[in-house]
Design a protein around this ligand. Structure first.
Ligand SMILES: NC(=O)c1ccc[n+]([C@@H]2O[C@H](COP(=O)([O-])OP(=O)(O)OC[C@H]3O[C@@H](n4cnc5c(N)ncnc54)[C@H](OP(=O)(O)O)[C@@H]3O)[C@@H](O)[C@H]2O)c1
Length: 282
């Protein structure tokens, strides 16, 4: 775990909600926002994810991080969750829409159910929560929304459903950025490249895939969850006060690199290790 490059009081007095905050990139975002002084609530479907993370982060930070059950696809649950945060914390300044997921498949093998499910989570789920937080708090008081997407500019073979949903989220963010600017609400996205996170475990041979992918990245290594979280926190906070409707790509140059310029592999590529929280078993 690398040290935060930010001051520890940048977000003092603010309240942040991080979806998918019980695993991988979400934990790193929760930790980073809390380290910068925010009170943090993490929310996801499975208590097995958000409960140990909320407990572990609370112990680590010496102040409470709250865990909440939430399926972002369910509008009633979303409304209740936002009310709960407002009742317990009194405000909601930062929303990180990080919760999401997909499965690898060629487009021709994606079933209607598989397509609907990935769109429901990654596009509609993001909309559900953003809209409820806006209606219930941000349109009256201002705030900052950061959506974690994926690399969309070249398409994403093997993930037609998810890249469509994420490109939708990026277009939604540009739109809301303009509509909600007069209300003091900024909306931005962070598009991670290939990150050494718990998410890689969801794919068959994910770790091996990660090792192979290092060669395709000019930095010659995978990104870390912290490197994504720093960008999320930057966009969420006052350092990005004049930034809205943007997507910041965090990919070690992967999107930019074409075939025309060789970037040699080092003699040895680094070992890929996935982060394990202090409270997670070996
Ligand atoms: N790792 C990468 O290389 C990479 C690259 C590009 C984009 N991303 C995106 O970055 C985000 C975080 O990824 P990660 O690598 O940290 O993977 P991860 O560990 O699989 O995180 C996904 C999180 O989303 C939550 N989630 C899934 N469906 C949900 C729902 N319906 N309602 C609420 N929460 C839900 C999961 O928790 P529950 O199961 O408890 O609900 C989990 O905590 C994801 O959106 C992912 O697609 C990751």
């Amino acid at each position: 775990m690398s040290r935060s490059p930010f001051r520890d009081d940048v977000l003092a007095g603010q309240v942040a909600l991080v979806t998918g905050g019980g695993t991988g990139i979400g934990i790193a975002c929760a930790r980073e926002l809390a380290n910068q002084g925010a009170q943090v609530v993490i929310a996801s479907r499975k208590p097995a994810n958000y409960e140990p993370a909320a407990r572990g982060l609370s112990e680590e930070l010496g102040r409470p991080v709250t865990g909440l059950a939430l399926d972002i696809r369910d509008r009633d649950q979303v409304a209740r969750a936002v009310d709960q945060v407002l009742e317990s914390h009194g405000r909601l300044d930062i929303l990180v829409n990080n919760g999401g997921g997909q499965f690898l498949s060629s487009a021709e093998h994606i079933s209607p159910k598989g397509w609907d499910s990935v769109i429901a989570t990654n596009l509609t789920g993001t909309w559900n929560l953003t809209r409820q937080v806006a209606d219930r708090w941000m349109l009256a008081h201002g705030g900052s929304v950061v959506n974690v997407t994926m690399l969309t500019t070249r398409g994403f073979p093997g993930m037609a459903h998810s890249v469509s949903a994420r490109a939708g989220v990026e277009a939604l963010s540009r739109t809301l950025a303009v509509e909600w600017a007069p209300r003091g609400v900024r909306v931005n996205c962070v598009a991670p490249g290939i990150i050494a996170s718990s998410g890689l475990r969801n794919y068959p041979a994910g770790l091996e895939l990660g090792r192979q992918m290092q060669s395709t990245i000019p930095f010659k290594r995978l990104g870390t969850c912290e490197e994504v979280a720093w960008t999320v926190a930057f966009l969420a906070g006052p350092g990005a006060a004049y930034v809205t409707g943007q997507t910041l790509i965090v990919d070690g140059g992967r999107t930019l690199w074409g075939d025309g310029w060789p970037v040699p592999d080092p003699d040895e590529l680094p070992e890929v290790t996935l982060p394990r929280q202090p409270w997670e078993p070996e």
